[in-house]
Write a protein that binds this ligand. Structure first.
Ligand code: GLN
Length: 546
């Protein structure tokens, strides 16, 4: 009988449920168990692909092309596993499959009701993921916080599953303890309310992860335990941590792995693995890294009210960290607003203060001219530059305008009437957009890319065929391949018989690192397994003294 752990959140969202879920899964894998993680998002969208970054933050893409939540990225980065669509569900996808079943007479003329049929469909999806992955323990994170109306049906699924298999299901509440400053204490009351809310849904948490600025002290632990009827042992301190990969080690200090196994009636299958020791060693190394490397990400700001969203490019940030750490550098990452360069070109000079610059993926026209100015500056001043997806496309636009002499060349995404459409929409995309088929229809997920020998890409990968994850509708226009190449742009990776450019770069004797990818290498970078292109980029950045 497989075991199930559910992770839900109390008090407020954004306190690290995803990292907590990934950490619990990681610890259990260290004890020899085969694990998998599932993310449930309570919104009605079928997937995250149609939402804008202001609404959703980064859209993570799985190898099978599923567009999903950034927590899936945390799971992959911690577990070093490739997940698929079975590991992700939303209210929308649950209803969609239920309605499809009903339409095909699966229910034999019965009335299909919100309860129990929706929670039962949730349970079936979890079981399907378990069967497909053969996981012995499935760890499922329920997005949002308890008490939100849209969470209720998922909590009901937990209740039903727990009722049927009380010894095989655990519920972990990740809750936040606010702190108001000098002389104040960590407050437990909001957590107590969150537990009451769970109680009213027929659930009592087995573990509470107390997220806070500081470690939890005995008095607060006692308070939660006494008022909510949870053993003190099962209240785990989870203070803020700069390096998120340290969090499983912190949980282990509180013996969380053994406690969870015991609660599930399991024993460790083996002593903690080599992976654990490597992990531990790496954290100690990272905490002692002195040499800084400064990387600037040139993009547009995502503002909501007075706040700027930080997590729109979380995978890029993590990929920079993985590669920098592995090479012995402490990365310092700054977000540079490309719109500022449009207003005042002299601001471009700040790019000289960075060892390397990244132009991340993106959509639409805001900030694009500023990014193109930054690319020109990096090309002319030989600052290492890595372009990701839109980044590559804008590198091609810049090169076409300023080196090939194609004045006002552009991507048709921004200027459909440009005289030189060096970036144009993929042929198969035109029809889809005409029919308003936007959801899940970009060129998505893993596609095979051929790597040409003697290039920077080859130096990084050391192999001729790689699988990389994509998410785009536009491409380098085949009509301009020749003129770009004639002027010195190298297509170091292509796919579909040279039709699609996957990586473009400048020769190493012209520029130390001027390379862009049509795919998103950041989606395949993991802790302890950095992506080869990021390694090469950081190496060259380190050589560029500021
Ligand atoms: N907007 C571009 C396209 O659709 C790039 C997408 C991206 O950066 N992910 O092709």
């Amino acid at each position: 009988m497989p075991k199930y752990i559910f992770v839900c959140g109390g008090v407020m969202s954004g306190v690290g449920k995803g990292i907590a879920t990934a950490s619990i899964a990681k610890i259990l894998s260290w004890y020899g168990y085969k694990v998998t993680c599932i993310k449930i998002d309570p919104y009605v969208n079928v997937d995250a692909g149609t939402m804008n970054p202001l609404e959703h933050g980064e859209v993570f893409v799985l190898k099978d092309g599923t567009e999903c939540d950034q927590d899936m990225g945390h799971y992959e980065r911690f577990l070093n596993q490739e997940l698929t669509k079975v590991n992700y569900m939303t209210t929308g996808s649950v209803y969609l499959s239920l309605i499809q079943k009903e339409r095909s007479l699966f229910f034999d003329g019965k009335c299909v009701e919100v309860v129990p049929h929706v929670p039962l469909e949730v349970i079936e999806k979890i079981n399907r993921a378990q069967k497909l992955t053969q996981a012995e323990i499935v760890i499922t994170e329920i997005g949002g916080t308890v008490g939100e109306y849209q969470n209720l049906l998922f909590l009901e699924a937990v209740r039903i599953l727990k009722l049927k298999n009380p010894k095989d299901v655990l519920l972990v509440l990740v809750s936040y303890l606010p702190y108001q400053g000098e002389g104040m204490e960590l407050k437990t009351k909001p957590t107590q309310y969150a537990i009451r809310t769970l109680n009213s849904a027929g659930l009592q948490p087995d573990f509470v992860l107390a997220r806070a600025l500081f470690p939890l002290d005995e008095v607060r632990r006692e308070k939660i335990s006494f008022n909510c009827g949870i053993s003190k042992d099962n209240i785990i301190s989870a203070p803020d941590e700069k390096v998120v990969y340290k969090i499983p080690l912190n949980f282990e200090k509180e013996k969380m792995g053994i406690k969870i196994l015991k609660a599930l009636n399991l024993k460790p299958k083996k002593k903690k693995t080599n992976d654990f020791l490597r992990w531990q060693k790496e954290i100690i190394k990272i905490e002692n890294l002195k040499q800084e490397i400064k990387i600037g990400i040139v993009g547009k700001y995502f503002k909501t009210g007075n706040f700027v969203l930080a997590d729109a490019y979380i995978s890029v940030i993590e990929a920079i960290k993985h590669a920098s750490w592995s090479l012995g550098y402490q990365p310092k990452i700054d977000w540079l607003n490309s719109e500022e360069y449009e207003k005042d070109k002299s601001k471009l000079e700040e790019l000289k203060n960075y060892n390397g610059i990244i132009i991340p993926g993106g959509f639409g026209s805001r900030g694009v001219e500023g990014k193109i100015l930054a690319i020109k500056y990096c090309r002319e001043n030989k600052i290492p530059l890595l372009g990701l997806c839109y980044g590559l496309q804008l590198m091609v636009v810049e090169f076409a305008r300023n080196v090939c002499g194609l004045k006002d060349a552009h991507t048709t995404e921004v200027n459909p009437k440009t005289k030189y459409p060096v970036i144009d929409i993929l042929e198969e995309q035109k029809k889809l957009l005409k029919e308003k088929l936007y959801g899940g229809t970009m060129r998505l997920g893993d596609w095979e890319c051929e790597i040409k020998k003697g290039t920077i890409a080859w130096k990084a990968y050391k192999t001729t065929k790689v699988l990389e994850r994509h998410r785009h509708r536009y491409e380098v226009n085949t009509k301009y391949h020749k003129i770009l190449q004639k002027n010195g742009f190298i297509f170091s990776s292509t796919s579909q018989n040279d039709l699609l450019v996957e990586i473009g770069e400048l020769p190493q004797n012209i520029h130390p690192f001027f390379l862009g990818t049509q795919f998103h290498p950041e989606l395949k970078s993991r802790f302890l397994h950095p992506h080869p292109l990021f390694i090469e980029f950081i190496k060259k950045s380190a050589e560029n003294k500021t």
